[in-house]
Design a protein around this ligand. Structure first.
Ligand code: GAP
Length: 442
């Protein structure tokens, strides 16, 4: 993880937020390459979940919502973690932190940070929602929350979307957006942060058909994760036990990825059967009907919801962990670091280099880069030895590198080097766009 964090900073994937002020705890900024990778991931999800499906609609609801939403959803009363404070070192822990020895609140309990005994207070319930005020008056009537999940924005818009699109149940609503949780123990780089994004889809179904759809979405979502190039043996399902089930869930499975090290298998996506919990609660709290009228059967009902909820930040970390490798190169003393990203996800699709900075090579290489740029993300580089330029691209996952050499001008051709096999092929300049496009694949 340390190597990844350093690579991400050095190469412009991810920076600590407000770093020049000492940083903001567990908040991260995405640099030029990070945002490309994240966008590729989000667009891939949007295409898969919205654009290629007739029965799923897109939505972008606001982060700030009516405070009653969070009462109805159960987040005001239930979105809490028990925490304990150490009176000596003032550090804060989750009450169930396995590093705590003894029972918090009793003299035998030992602080895992400073080692003092008897300084950990009684566990207190800590709500994970960020609170702020709307408008100029900071009183209890103007309290508002930063949403801790995008899902509620979908539920309150259920009828707006259904009626404006004339979708029939079963159908889904998908959105990508920011969520905020005042996590007690954030960490592990971008794994658990206080500001993050979610890609959530709520699928509205007729009660009684929910478990069938639940199984369908489980399989679909696992297929999607495999399609990202995540290794088969690093992915697994984890079924929630009764104790683990969230307050809204009738059944839940996580898609877990093996991050290795001390993290091991961890959730990257949750698939939940939420029953009619959310729509019924919003009906109750808003006093507005959120029913669906099925013309075929002449029945009116509150649909059940099967939800798929994945975090692009956490999935991006999984992709980086999965792709990072260090390897020896035959005939070279220095090995290389490679980000084995799927070409369609890679932030830069192709590097373009003149072999040397003379004989018209830079001009030809620049023209190739300019011609390809409207179609792919291209990086032009003419500084340093060619081997170093290849290494710099390997390290950020660029799948192809085009080199203009001594033969290029005469034959109007270049070499294309492939990141993983290191094989080089001679390709006609006129065929480059089709060649690279064809090899980027899905
Ligand atoms: N609407 C359901 C819901 O929010 P969740 O399992 O709490 O479910 C879904 O969150 C996904 O959001 C997680 O699988 C994870 O990828 C991501 N996520 C949740 N909390 C996060 C955090 N603090 N930092 C980064 N990603 C997080």
């Amino acid at each position: 993880m340390d190597k990844l964090v350093s690579l991400c900073k050095r190469r412009g994937f991810i920076f600590q937020s407000s770093e020049i002020y000492g940083g903001t705890g567990s908040v991260w900024d995405y640099g030029p390459l990070g945002i490309e990778l994240k966008r590729n991931l989000q667009e891939r999800w949007w295409n898969e979940m919205v654009r290629t499906r007739e029965n799923i609609e897109g939505l972008d609801s606001a982060i700030l919502m009516h405070p009653r939403v969070w009462e109805a959803s159960g987040h005001v009363s239930g979105f809490v973690d028990p925490m304990v404070d150490c009176r000596n070192c003032r550090k804060r822990f989750r009450a169930d932190d396995p590093k705590i020895k003894g029972t918090p609140g009793t003299p035998d309990a030992q602080c895992p940070a400073c080692g003092m005994k008897g300084t950990l207070g009684e566990p207190r319930q800590f709500n994970l929602m960020f609170k702020t005020f709307m408008g100029p008056v900071e009183d209890s009537a103007s309290v508002i929350y930063l949403r801790p999940e995008t899902a509620q924005g979908t539920y309150v818009n259920f009828l707006n979307v259904q009626q404006s699109t004339r979708q029939k149940v079963p159908f889904g609503i998908a959105q990508i957006g920011k969520a905020f949780r005042n996590e007690i123990t954030p960490g592990n780089f971008i794994f658990r942060t206080r500001e993050f994004e979610q890609m959530e889809m709520q699928f509205f179904v007729e009660p009684g058909t929910d478990m069938e759809w639940f199984e369908y979405w489980k399989a679909e979502r696992m297929r999607w994760h495999r399609g990202l190039g995540l290794a088969e043996d690093r992915l697994q399902f984890h079924q929630h036990t009764n104790e683990e089930l969230a307050h809204y869930a009738r059944a839940a499975f996580d898609v877990q990825f093996d991050f290795g090290g001390t993290l091991g298998f961890q959730e990257i996506e949750g698939i939940h059967n939420r029953g009619d919990f959310d729509l019924s609660q919003h009906q109750k709290f808003s006093g507005k009907k959120l029913e669906y009228f099925d013309q075929g059967s002449n029945k009116r009902f509150v649909p059940f919801v099967v939800e798929t909820a994945v975090g692009p930040n956490r999935t991006l970390l999984a992709i980086l962990v999965n792709g990072y490798r260090e390897e020896a190169v035959e005939g070279e003393e220095e090995g290389r670091v490679v980000l084995g990203l799927k070409p369609s996800l890679a932030p830069i699709k192709t590097g373009v280099f003149p072999l040397v900075k003379k004989d018209g090579m830079p001009e030809m290489a620049r023209k190739i880069a300019d011609d390809l740029r409207p179609h792919f993300t291209v990086f032009y580089d003419d500084s340093g030895a060619i081997g170093r330029r290849y290494r710099r691209q390997d390290e950020v996952g660029t799948p192809f590198c085009i080199t203009v050499d001594g033969e290029s001008a005469g034959g109007n051709s270049v070499t294309v080097r492939e990141r993983d096999t290191l094989k080089q092929e001679r390709v006609s300049v006129d065929a480059l766009r089709e060649y690279i496009g064809g090899r980027i694949g899905e």
